[in-house]
Write a protein that binds this ligand. Structure first.
Ligand SMILES: [Zn+2]
Length: 134
């Protein structure tokens, strides 16, 4: 399989591994938004969140929390952002599901995503369409 993250997990590509257990691996992003930017992946090749077993997702979130605490304490940052681009439409570049954990500082220049609003009745319709699928 030609997956860069699978190669990193297997040790076939060099990486700065931050953490590893039987289900999850985490390593530094080599093109960090800020130093300490960490990628968190399941060890099995799964392309997106919907294909991920709930137990594996929980394992990823547990590791995310652990690394977030270590990043704040170790790097002296006051917070972090979590990003997950799920599928092509969301600009997922590597088709192996992954969280980005990005250390943050006040005034670091990373703003919020652009926001908009709802037109009359749009929120209610949106809510109905989502809730019908839950
Ligand atoms: Zn993979």
């Amino acid at each position: 399989m030609d997956c860069i993250f699978c190669k990193i997990i297997a040790g076939d590509l060099p990486s700065y591994k931050v953490y590893e257990d039987d289900k999850v691996c985490a390593f530094l992003d080599v093109l960090p938004i800020h130093p300490g930017h960490t990628i968190i992946v399941p060890k099995i090749h799964v392309s997106d969140v919907e294909s991920l077993d709930d137990g594996e997702l929980c394992a990823m979130v547990t590791v995310m929390k652990k690394i977030g605490k270590a990043v704040m304490e170790g790097l002296g940052v006051k917070g972090y952002s979590i990003l997950l681009d799920n599928k092509d439409a969301a600009n997922q570049h590597v088709p192996h599901v992954h969280f980005h954990l990005v250390p943050r500082k006040e005034g670091d220049g990373l703003g919020r995503w652009p926001q908009s609003g709802y037109s009359e009745g749009e929120a209610e319709e949106c809510l109905k369409q989502i809730q019908e699928k839950l």
